[in-house]
Ligand binder design. Structure first.
Ligand SMILES: [Zn+2]
Length: 213
């Protein structure tokens, strides 16, 4: 099995998994200090600074288990009834908006496939994380032993009556993914937006892109 050095880091208001970055996969989740990422202006600033373009692909995020394989042709789209995105294309920016739910970053280091999933209680109950891994394996021939998964900021079990990250981790392990890096960052108690705490409409954004090398 490939070794995965789990290491979430923090810089300029962004949390990111260092191991993904080292592999040429840009990834991060924002903090509240960078503002509401539902705001186009805030998002544009951020994307231009770190990705050199402000065109993302995101899903409508309806707490479904629908996952789409996307390409550059989908850039700029909000895909209806979608909570998970997977691509093999470099330069395609996947995005997920959250305020307590889990952003789950997935990367096959050998096949060079990335995925980003929005997973709340409903999506996890529908096994969205397992289903994302199934697509890696069935559609792209991934070996789950080569897949790394990272769980971004989310509400923790002390602040919510459900252990969401444990549900996600169980689904990963069940599908053979053992390289799991949980940020263990709580959206309720730290510098994020928490729907449970304030019923806010504000969201942090999680972004993921394979760099062209
Ligand atoms: Zn908490």
């Amino acid at each position: 099995m490939l070794q995965f050095n789990k290491m979430w880091k923090f810089k300029n208001g962004l949390y990111y998994e260092e191991e993904f970055k080292k592999e040429g996969v840009k990834n991060f989740s924002t903090t509240a200090s960078l503002g509401d990422m539902k705001s186009e202006k805030n998002r544009k600033n951020l994307l231009e600074k770190y990705f050199g373009n402000d065109v993302i692909i995101c899903g409508e995020q309806v707490h479904s288990d629908n996952i789409r394989i996307v390409t550059g042709a989908d850039a700029g789209k909000i895909l209806s009834q979608t909570d998970g995105l997977i691509t093999r294309e470099k330069g395609v920016v996947l995005a997920v908006f959250t305020a307590d739910c889990l952003p789950v970053f997935i990367f096959d280091k050998v096949k060079k496939i990335i995925g980003l999933v929005h997973a709340g209680r409903a999506g996890l109950s529908k096994l969205i994380v397992s289903k994302a891994i199934d697509i890696f394996v069935k559609n792209f021939g991934s070996n789950s032993l080569n897949i790394y998964a990272a769980i971004g900021p989310h509400i923790c079990k002390q602040c919510y009556n459900t252990d969401l990250d444990a549900m996600a981790e169980r689904q990963l392990k069940k599908t053979g993914v053992s390289n799991i890096s949980n940020s263990n960052l709580c959206t309720y108690t730290s510098d994020f937006f928490s729907y449970r705490k304030t019923k806010t409409s504000e969201r942090i954004i999680s972004l993921m892109m394979m760099e062209a090398k």
